[in-house]
Design a protein around this ligand. Structure first.
Ligand code: HEC
Length: 146
């Protein structure tokens, strides 16, 4: 074999070994019965910057979804006292308190809305990613200065 060809062969076999290792590494899907815990938010998701600026337009778009999908648990004002939350005896954090979400990144809030948490159902693909970011902005806007 010429030196070029054997180098090519070496590169190719390396690539094959690498790809095989990659596919073997795939993590099994999480069992459906355990709800995702906050600790499971992937770092990549948590670091994701919010591409949607918080504007009156963004908040207005989010309000529709908040009223439809969130207020029954989190309360219209975000105080955590929605009627469904009371029926289900859920203890929900008060988003009107600026301390509640101060340590959360926008990416984490996005992830929680998309994937749900404990008794909170996931929005999943029901809303577009931009609408999910609108909701992140909306949730943040509920904090009232003390
Ligand atoms: C069935 C009731 C329910 C519905 C509907 C619901 N949530 Fe939740 N949500 C919860 C519960 C329970 C938690 C976990 C307890 C907590 O953190 O307050 C939670 C947690 C959260 C958190 C994380 C709070 C934290 O402490 O970091 C955010 C953000 C959130 N919800 C936003 C939303 C948004 C936005 C919607 C609508 C798209 C929504 N939720 C719909 C029940 C609900």
């Amino acid at each position: 074999m010429s030196p070029q060809i054997s180098r090519l062969a070496l590169t190719l076999s390396c690539a094959i070994v690498f790809l095989a290792a990659l596919s073997a590494q795939q993590t099994p899907p999480e069992p459906k019965t355990t709800p995702p815990s906050y600790a499971a938010i992937p770092v990549e998701a948590a670091r994701q910057p919010n591409p949607v600026k918080s504007s009156p337009e963004s908040l207005a778009r989010a309000k529709k979804w908040w009223t439809l999908d969130c207020a029954m648990c989190h309360g219209a004002s975000g105080n955590g006292k929605g009627s469904l939350a009371a029926d289900m005896k859920l203890k929900i954090a008060d988003f009107t308190d600026p301390n509640t979400l101060k340590d959360r990144s926008d990416g984490e809030i996005f992830y929680i809305i998309k994937n749900g948490h404990q008794d909170m159902p996931p929005e999943g693909d029901r809303i577009k990613p931009e609408e999910n970011w609108d909701l992140v902005n909306y949730v943040r806007s509920l904090a009232k200065p003390k």
